[in-house]
Write a protein that binds this ligand. Structure first.
Ligand code: MN
Length: 468
């Protein structure tokens, strides 16, 4: 066994080690496909159930088209190699100890790699150890989400949306000083593939007659929000802030988040306390947690603030965060209408962007979230906020994609909320917002010269008609 650092913080190579070697291959042939999201260099965590598990579930690692069942690895005595393993349930142990996630990465590579004793014995006795992913049902990857916080870390998104609602004052004065966030609803976080009914609720009186009462009925402006989620591993005690220097050692990994949003409900309810029923009816996450270790080769400097922007306060600043607080993750949103599905037409891509354009990093969000002593818990989800880039085709929501305004025009050229160009689908159908039967599919992946491509799988959900 190679000696591995037991610190949770990346070493001098930024956490890049022999587990990222692009030449590593697996005896699981599907993992060697250059286009797979799940080569042996990735190994994201998931929770799954299958007919064989008879109502119970297990925790595993995705590899190619298969899942390595970690519970079965344990039953076979193979976890004896793990120094940090205390025998508690994988989901909980893993989240509580980022060091263990590194050890499991090493163990899984030894089991699934091309050479060595462990690999040949695993290959010879793979029945039960390796399960075909298509024969499983994937669940929330962290088993349970105790708390959910949603941020607003894309300055492009904040500027676009701010321009629609406050044309003269798009970015509020706090934006460049505070990672803005609100507490979301954890109970309605659902795994990829879950459908939900269009929400019903109150909407504002018409602009033409502000004295009329509010409307009530199915949401008319149904939208998605493309976000990345940060899954908290080790928590902190109530009253003990996490410093920015320690922030990343509390992050287990990342997943994709779709923060479904009912824009008409939001417009009426959000003043003065922020989103409520416009957001809490469903939030979809992708079924895999890609670990911080797997992401090491794809770390980049934090967003470079223009010299005229204020410096963040010291508790939000560190050299390490400036040098490598960002992530180079490509993000895509695809849509398939019910009509497209009926005609077997492939989903169409609506946008393509990158997580590198975020104004605030996850480390800054963690430090800010806890600076007052708030306690984060294992499995908590911190979502980034809608990820929009500087160009129209990199906007991460429909309210932005179909908006014709120019957020950088001063004063804005258009009357807020009035000028929209619908998106035309290959069937000829048009969309300004989502229709019933629409399926939204989000994808995320990392690519870098000299490294294997890794991906996050899909974050998928379908809007069903309102229950009226
Ligand atoms: Mn959001």
């Amino acid at each position: 066994m190679t000696t591995r650092g037991n610190t949770n913080l990346p070493g001098p190579n930024g956490g890049i080690d022999e587990t990222h070697d692009p030449n590593l291959r697996s005896w699981v042939e599907s993992a060697n496909d250059p286009n797979t999201d799940f080569p042996i260099q990735n190994l994201p965590f998931c929770a799954f159930t299958s007919d064989d598990l008879e109502g119970t579930w297990s925790f595993g690692l995705r590899i190619g088209e298969s899942i390595l069942d970690l519970e079965e690895v344990h039953r076979r005595g193979l976890t004896k190699a793990l120094k940090l393993w205390n025998g508690s349930h994988f989901a909980h142990a893993m989240l509580n100890d980022v060091g263990l996630s590194k050890e499991i990465r090493w163990l899984a590579q030894s089991l699934l790699g091309h050479s060595g004793k462990l690999a040949s014995s695993a290959r010879n006795a793979q029945a039960g150890l390796l399960i075909n992913a298509s024969q499983t049902q994937l669940m929330l990857p962290m088993d349970r989400v105790p708390n959910y916080t949603d941020f607003y870390a894309s300055i492009h998104h904040a500027t676009n949306v701010g321009s629609m609602f406050r044309p003269d004052n798009a970015l509020l004065p706090n934006y460049k000083h505070i990672p803005i966030g609100y507490h979301g609803r954890a109970s309605s976080i659902v795994p990829s593939g879950t459908s939900f009914h269009r929400p019903v609720g109150q909407t504002s009186p018409p602009d033409s007659d502000p004295s009329a009462g509010p409307g009530f009925g199915p949401c008319k402006l149904m939208d998605y929000e493309l976000e990345m989620g940060c899954v908290i591993g080790r928590g902190n005690d109530l009253g003990s802030p996490i410093s920015i220097a320690d922030a990343e050692s509390h992050i287990f990994g990342l997943c994709i988040v779709n923060d479904w949003s009912a824009r008409d409900l939001q417009k009426w309810e959000y003043v003065p306390l922020g989103p409520f029923l416009a957001k809490n009816f469903a939030t979809t996450i992708s079924p895999y947690i890609v670990t911080m270790e797997a992401l090491a080769p794809f770390r980049i400097p934090a967003y470079e603030r223009p010299a005229t922007d204020p410096r963040p306060l010291p508790y939000l600043t560190s050299d390490a965060n400036t040098a490598r607080g960002g992530f180079d993750i490509t993000l895509e949103v695809h849509l398939q209408s019910a009509e497209m599905a009926k005609r077997s037409m492939a989903p169409v891509r609506l946008s393509k962007g990158n997580f590198r354009h975020m104004y605030w990093t996850f480390a800054q969000m963690v430090a800010h979230h806890t600076v007052n002593g708030c306690n984060l818990q294992p499995g908590d989800l911190l979502a980034s906020g809608t990820i929009s880039g500087p160009t129209r085709d990199s906007r991460g929501s429909m309210i932005e994609l179909t908006w014709d305004g120019d957020p950088f025009a001063n004063p804005p050229k258009l009357v807020p909320g009035t000028q929209r160009t619908p998106i035309e689908l290959p069937t000829g159908e048009k969309r300004t917002f989502l229709a019933d039967g629409d399926t939204v599919i989000m994808k995320a992946y990392c690519e870098r010269e000299g490294f294997r491509r890794i991906g996050f799988g899909e974050c998928r959900g379908t809007v069903l008609p309102a229950r009226v």
